[in-house]
Design a protein around this ligand. Structure first.
Ligand code: PRP
Length: 206
């Protein structure tokens, strides 16, 4: 059976495909996938999922390896081998709010998809805050008055800028990571190690 790779859909997917093509792997079936969620190449079976679901599939051995943002690994701490950073998907985790915002005297309200990261960030500062979980477009929360600030990933900074938000603090830098299922790495060692090594060489060169 071919190795199974779970790939995070969206921005990381595009950057991964460029990296994968540069390593000399076959990418044409992946570039032509349309709305299909599973694609076979001559060497691999691929499927595409949201980042957090990539970790679930890898943790449960449905995928042997996965490509996922470092933010997801820090937030969810899945039981997988967190192998090494890949040379794309570089982002920072930031606390951001409206420009010239007057922070309230009372407990702050912080909106985020990353509730564990947010909790730990404020715990380290010795500050108690109310955390509001959102699933996306978190930049809306301070603008609409749902929260005082957000904790979110920043890549180019464009989303913050175009929505009138500014960074108050940046506190974690990360990139995409290669992860692997713990049993797969033992059972399919001969198949997976050469692939992982090629990824590692490519990551070093970049
Ligand atoms: C992420 C993140 C920011 C944006 C940052 O959202 O939540 O909104 O990217 O990128 P930038 O600094 O390059 O503008 P994503 O596009 O993944 O969608 P989401 O808001 O639905 O989570």
């Amino acid at each position: 059976m071919k190795p199974v790779i779970a790939l995070t859909k969206g921005r990381l997917e595009k950057q991964f495909l460029k990296f994968f093509a540069e390593l000399g792997f076959e990418v044409d079936p992946l570039l032509e996938k349309g709305r299909k969620l599973q694609i076979e190449t001559s060497e691999f079976s691929f499927f595409f999922a949201k980042g957090v679901d990539v970790t679930t599939y890898v943790e449960n051995g449905i995928a042997d390896i996965g490509i996922v943002g470092g933010d997801i690994l820090i937030e969810h701490q899945p039981d997988v081998y967190n192998l090494f950073p890949l040379p794309f998907g570089h982002c920072r985790m930031a606390l951001a709010t409206k420009a010239n915002y007057q922070w309230p005297e009372q407990k702050k309200r912080i909106a985020s998809t990353f509730t564990n990261i947010t909790k730990n960030y404020f715990k380290d500062k010795g500050e108690s805050v109310d955390i509001i979980k959102l699933e996306g477009s978190v930049e809306l929360a301070p603008i609409l008055g749902l929260a005082d600030a957000i904790v979110d990933i920043v890549e180019t900074g464009t989303t913050l800028k175009e929505n009138g938000l500014v960074i108050e603090d940046e506190f974690i830098s990360f990139s995409a990571r290669l992860i692997a299922n713990r049993s797969s790495l033992k059972i399919k060692r001969d198949q997976l190690v050469p692939v992982i090594e090629r990824f590692k060489e490519g990551a070093k060169k970049a």
